[in-house]
Structure formats: C-alpha cells, structure tokens
Write a protein that binds this ligand. Structure first.
Ligand code: C2O
Ligand code: CU
Length: 548
C-alpha cells in the first residue's frame, strides 16, 4: 500500500461556473477540487490549509469510514474544532474499500459554496471486478445559486423564514449555463463566452464501453441523469457492487455515488447530450447539460436535438422502484446480522422552534451542534459540553397522521446524542411525513458517517413497528450504502453494526436541512479510542485540554 499526499489550499475566488460571476470556495483554485486518486488499502494524507481569511472550515471524506481514525472525519463540532483562518490541519486516513467517494466542506454551508471534489479508490492490482469496460470517467453533479451562502443561511434562520429557493443552475463537473439575458443577470458579470462555463465534454470512441462514476453532491436537489439515446447499466453504488439493472435515466440523491456502464453504440456521426434534471421538487431550473462526444466529431459541436427533459418530477413511485431495485450483486452479498439489538424510529418533520424559527426535527427534536466537539467531550468526559439526556427512540406512531402537517408544530432543539453499545446491531427506520405546508412531503437523503449500512427496505406510507419486520425487510441481498433516500410520505429501514469506535453524524444531506437541525449523532466505543490529537481541540470546553 502507498501513501498518497495532497495539499489543499482553500480560498475564495471569483468563478463563473454557469457564466454568472460569483464568489466560490475553491481547492487549489478549482471547484470541484482535484480528484483524490488511490488504491484500496492506501493511506491518504491531505494537508488542508485554510486560506479563507475570515471563515473557519473543515473537510469531510464522505464514504470513508475512518476506521481507527475518528478524528480525521472532518465534521466540525463532532470530530474536531474548526480549522481557523491561516491554520493547516492534516487529515490522515486509510481508504479501505474500492469505490467512488466524495469530499466536501462540513462547516456551515460551505459545501454549497463550491468546496467539494471526488475520491476515486481503485481495486487492488489483479482484482477482477464483476463487470468489464474499456475506460473509466467521472462525473460530479451539483446545484448552484447566485445568492451567497451567507444570504441563504440568514434567510433559513430568520423569522419570517426565507427559503433559498430553487437553484439557478445544475452543474456537471462544475460547469453549467445560465441565461445571461434574464433580468436577474442584469448588473451582474455574466458572460457566455467565459471559458469557466464551456460545457463539460465526455469523448467516447464508437463501440467502446465506458464506466461512468456519477456522484451527486447537490445542496438541495434530487436529480435524474441520463445520456440521450443510451441505456445505462448500474453496477456500483456507494462502493458496493450492484446486481446489474438497466435504466435510461438514473435518479440520484445528494451524497450518493453510482457507477454505470454505457456502450457507445449509437449513430457515430453526431454528438449526444448528457443531461441532468431536478426531480422531487417542482423544477424551476433549466436542464443541466454536457456533451457526449462521439470521436471524431468536434467536441463542441452541439447535438442536433433538444436535451432530454428527463422523467416526470413528481413520479415518486418510479423513484421508489429504483430504490427497491438496488440489490447487492449475487457474487458479492455480505449478509447483514439476522437480528438487531435496538430499533430507533425517526419521524422526519418540519417544526417551529424557539419563537417561530422553521426547523427540521426527528421525533420533535431539532439538532444543534455544540461548541465542543463530541469526540473530545466524550473521550475526556467534559460534562457541560452537550445535553446528556438521551433523545427519543421513537414517536407515537399509532396516533400520528403522516399525511397532515404536524398537529403540534413546536419542537425542542437539543445537542443530545444516541449512545450505542459497542458491537451491537442497530436498526433505524426513517419515517417521512408532511411538512408544515399542506400536501407536501420532501425527499431526504440520509447519510451515515463512519459506517456503511444495509438497506433493509423502502415503503410507501407509514411504517408500523408492531407489524414488522420479517415480511418486509430484505435480509437476503440488501445493498450496503452510506447514503439512502427516504421518499415523500414513505419510510426507509437500515441496519448497521456499531463497530467503529468514534462519534458519527447521521443526517439529511440536503445542506439547508442539516443546517436547520435535520441530523443526529451516534457514539460507540469512545473508551476504546487512544489519545486524541491536539489538533482537533482548542474550541469550547476542549480549550483547557491543550497544554500551554
Ligand atoms: Cu457528505 Cu455529513 O456529509
Ligand atoms: Cu432533508
């Protein structure tokens, strides 16, 4: 195994990813940042230098379990104190599973400001994967706003509440195209000939098969992705081999990664669109496009057709079907433990907290980050660092109508956490419900740090814990993932083993939702962790642990 060293200089820069000039947070001047490339078993060392001048930061390695290195998870308030301006923090971790992963800021709303990139972990030399292809390409999709993330964050935390709204653009590998002649571009620097916003191009040789690794790191949007006129065979999800299935359009949720195989078998005399569209929320964003360039056509030659509009935005049943179709590859099934030791049922609602602030809550508790990272607080028993009362294990499901707005919209906010017995098996059932607005339920992609979980099931309507589980849970070939959606008015059940000593976030990957309290924290085995690095301390109660 090798050591792969990277240096990330984080700084604001003027960028025009969709031709509209705006401040972006960049890594070494780029957004998306450089791709980290490694082989399974390698150690990755990233020196992150905070060059933001007036903002803290922290960088999370999404999908990397951080086995034995819980202090390198990069979650501000949970695994470390933030990296202050001018400071350098060194992340060091082993990439123990081949697959496609993501890195992104885990501080405030900086991910939406552009701090993200890919991690590509190859299988060890000589390993045969359960599918074949000629070339490997990567795609990362993001949604993009012209308002600063400060304006967005201020609106989200104000009374009355001001939502960030639908994105102005969808970006493919950091490139999109805004209509600069719209009134909203007047007075702004918006230039369609800016090279920052020339479309991404994927050049293919007719007859060859391509593996496209597609990562979704949107701030808000659920998306559909497709290549005009081409089918895709889904073969990998979040680092696990999938029982192959064919789609013409793939749904992706923030925090998910997939590999699909595409054969360049269409009329080679022209180019085709790669297109991305918003689903789940009523779209108000133009289709995001890139060019699938059939060699030797000119790469910038526009396809003669209109970009595909994708499937209907509100076809929840189709999206649920895709979720259910994702199963472990028959030759790569790792069966889950047959039973669980504990079941936590989480009702996902929108609520009003502390004088009318709109927040998200789980079982009526809205999550707030403490000033002292949990990892330090738990390891060194710093009492007053967070709320020590355990949060609720379930909600009163018998009387709850998930199709109506919460009858009691008031919720409390808390920094309380779920403490798990080390090596126990935990089930989590995510129950979706109506928001504060009538006839509205959103999609929430839930992401777990420090683990991959088995996806035991998805369903429509209310999950009834008294009538489960044998019949409804898939214990035969569930896929393992680190991010999974819960669909509108539906439920999702997952299982994991609490076998990784540390403190781990579990949250909705919609940036605005996590910011508004849609998350929680699991602790397991902190007593097994050795001395913590000084570099993660220095804030809140952890100040006094630093020797002078
Ligand atoms: Cu990709 Cu806690 O996030
Ligand atoms: Cu959410």
């Amino acid at each position: 195994a090798k050591v792969r060293r990277y240096r990330f200089h984080i700084a604001y820069k003027y960028k025009s990813p969709d031709c509209f000039q705006k401040l972006s947070i960049t890594v070494n001047g780029q957004s998306p940042g450089p791709t980290i490339i490694a082989e399974q078993g390698d150690t990755v060392v990233v020196e992150v230098q905070n060059g933001l001048l007036t903002e803290n930061t922290a960088v999370h390695w999404h999908g990397i379990r951080q086995i034995g290195t819980p202090w390198s998870d990069g979650t501000e308030g949970i695994s470390q104190c933030p990296i202050t301006p001018g400071e350098t923090f060194v992340y060091k971790f082993v990439v123990d599973r081949a697959g496609t992963y993501i890195y992104h800021a885990h501080y405030g709303m900086q991910r939406s400001a552009g701090l993200y990139g890919l991690i590509k972990v190859a299988v060890p030399e000589g390993t045969v994967e359960p599918f074949a292809y000629d070339y490997d390409r990567s795609i990362v999709v993001n949604d993009w706003w012209h308002k600063s993330t400060y304006e967005q964050a201020t609106g989200l935390s104000s009374v009355p509440f001001a939502f960030v709204g639908e994105p102005q653009s969808l970006l493919i590998n950091g490139r999109g195209r805004f209509n600069c002649s719209l009134p909203s571009a007047s007075g702004a620097v918006c230039n369609l000939t800016n090279p920052d916003c020339s479309p991404s191009v994927f050049t293919v040789v007719p007859g060859k098969t391509y593996r496209f690794r597609i990562a979704c790191i949107t701030s808000l949007s659920a998306i559909s992705f497709g290549f005009e006129g081409h089918n895709m065979t889904v073969v990998e999800a979040d680092g696990y081999y999938v029982k192959p299935f064919v789609v013409d359009s793939l749904y992706l949720y923030s925090g998910e990664t997939y590999s699909v195989l595409v054969k360049a078998d269409q009329d080679p005399s022209r180019n085709y669109w790669a297109s991305v569209n918003v689903v789940s929320r009523k779209p108000d964003t133009p289709t995001g496009t890139a060019i699938l360039n059939y060699y030797p056509n000119h790469p910038s030659r526009a396809p003669p057709t209109a970009p595909p509009a994708g499937p209907l935005w509100n076809d929840t049943a189709a999206r649920l079907n895709q979720s259910v179709a994702i199963r472990a590859h028959p030759d790569h099934v790792e069966a889950p433990p047959a039973a669980s030791d504990r079941t936590i049922v989480l009702l996902n609602t929108q609520n009003k907290v502390d004088g009318g602030h709109v927040r998200w809550a789980l079982n009526n508790v809205s999550f707030t980050l403490p000033d002292t990272p949990y990892l330090v607080a738990l390891k060194y028993k710093l009492k007053r660092a967070f709320d020590a009362r355990p949060p609720p294990e379930s909600y009163d499901y018998r009387g709850y109508d998930i199709r109506s707005a919460p009858p009691n919209p008031n919720a409390t906010s808390s920094s309380s956490i779920y403490r798990l017995g080390f090596n126990t098996t935990v089930d989590v059932v995510l129950q979706n419900a109506n928001t504060l607005n009538p006839n509205n339920s959103e999609t929430h992609p839930w992401h777990l740090h420090g683990h991959d979980f088995w996806v035991l099931g998805h369903g429509a309507g209310k999950f009834d814990p008294s009538a489960h589980p044998a019949g409804v849970f898939n214990l035969v070939d569930p896929i393992q993932k680190n991010t999974v959606p819960v669909h509108p008015y539906g439920w999702t059940a997952l299982r994991f083993r609490a076998d990784n000593p540390g403190v781990w976030a579990f949250h909705c990957h919609v940036e605005a939702h996590y910011f508004m309290g849609m998350g929680l924290v699991f602790e397991e085995g902190v007593e097994k962790i050795g001395r913590l690095p000084d570099a993660i301390m220095g804030c809140g109660e952890s100040k006094r642990l630093l020797r002078p």
